[in-house]
Design a protein around this ligand. Structure first.
Ligand code: SAM
Length: 358
């Protein structure tokens, strides 16, 4: 990966940025306001999902020293909030394997301007932490669940299904709401002929009053064989059992809460809610992208598939000022591409999903 951090950390006065709006809100060259920061708090995980880190032993997590400390994350978020970021998602790796996560949530919840804190988790540890997280200020949660069959689940993720189900129940009991379930569609595993679980997963989510979103597999470094396992949402919507539940003729809708610009929804035929689709491969919704990402080791990325990030950790640890950090946010906005492009080269230098933070 080209290291552009050297280019990026020298202090450049903020006024040099043409197009920076006078209200100081982060906006990119295409007029998109960037108000959503996804923060990976660890690149460690207690699962090894085949599409994320198939060769668990080969993946080398960053040392604890390389990972941003909570005070560093808090400082970055405080500055970002001053530039219009109001929405935070905590992710990983598995965020709940990071010690004392509720302490970070509480720090972030007290930052003026931050109005929404959510988390993406595999939920295996949620039974233990849901109450504390909710008390600390976590509002809602997205839970990954790719199969309802315990053996299939174990084979794909290396983990157990039962604690995930308990985690979903604990999240509900703690008032973390809405719960959104995320399923990556994988041909030959949970989608496609003979193994399609999409209808069952829709029923399962409905039974919990939760929304489920199906995600197209993205080709990431160390990810699964994309050519073999990718299946488009369009193909999944041909499935008879799915068509019996989903009104496939209805127009795709944006998120009703207006929060997620990347997902589109179709109504359920029984009138009891809808089903979401995230289509990074077959139909990108980049025009509404409002996101920046902070990796666990302090890289600021403005686009998931783009192959560059700016190193905030070293800037902070070498005494960078708040203005220097602001400048990095502005530069990140400036280099955000109009459209994220995935490449399929097997030998890419790109980071894997677990390294970037999903
Ligand atoms: N450990 C947490 C979890 O399991 O939700 C958070 C991190 S995980 C990387 C975040 C999300 O990224 C999950 O919903 C996961 O399914 C998704 N993801 C990971 N690799 C992916 C890929 N290659 N294509 C599509 N989605 C992917």
């Amino acid at each position: 990966m080209p290291d552009i951090s050297i280019l990026m950390v020298e202090a450049t006065p903020i006024r040099f940025f043409a197009g920076m709006p006078s209200d100081g809100k982060l906006t990119d060259r295409f007029g998109r306001g960037l108000n959503y920061l996804r923060i990976s708090v660890t690149d460690r995980c207690n699962m090894r999902c085949d599409y994320c880190r198939p060769d668990a032993d080969a993946y080398k997590a960053e040392s604890h020293r390389q990972i941003l400390r909570y005070e560093e994350i808090e400082r970055i978020v405080r500055i970002a909030a001053g530039m219009g970021v109001n929405k935070i998602r905590i992710t990983g790796g598995e965020p709940l394997v990071r010690r004392d996560l509720p302490i970070l949530v509480e720090k972030l919840a007290h930052i003026p301007g931050i109005t929404d804190i959510s988390m993406t988790s595999n939920a295996t540890l949620l039974s233990k932490y849901a109450q504390n997280l909710a008390a600390a200020g976590l509002r809602r949660i997205n839970i990954s669940i790719d199969s309802l069959k315990p053996l299939r689940f174990r084979k794909l993720t290396g983990g157990e299904l039962a604690p995930v189900l308990a985690g979903i129940a604990a999240a509900k009991a703690a008032g973390l709401w809405p719960i959104k379930l995320n399923t990556v569609l994988l041909r030959g595993i949970n989608a496609g002929e003979d193994c399609c679980e999409v209808a069952e997963l829709i029923d399962f989510a409905a039974g919990h009053g939760a929304t489920i979103r199906f995600i197209e597999l993205m080709p990431m470094k160390q990810g699964m064989d994309w050519q073999k396992h990718y299946i488009s949402i369009d193909e999944v919507l041909q499935n008879e059992a799915v068509r019996a539940r989903v009104d496939v003729d209805a127009p795709l809708q944006m998120d009703r809460q207006g929060g997620n610009t990347a997902a589109r929804y179709l109504p359920l035929k029984n009138g009891q809610g809808d089903v979401g689709f995230i289509m990074p491969m077959s139909e990108r919704f980049c025009e509404g992208c409002n996101r920046l990402r902070l990796t666990a080791d302090g890289g600021l990325r403005s686009c998931l598939p783009a192959d560059y990030q700016i190193n905030l950790r070293d800037l902070i640890r070498s005494g960078g000022s708040d203005d220097d950090i602001r400048t990095v946010f502005l530069r990140s906005a400036l280099i955000k591409p109009e459209i994220g492009v995935y490449d399929f080269a097997a030998n890419t230098d790109k980071r894997s999903m677990i390294h970037i933070g999903g």
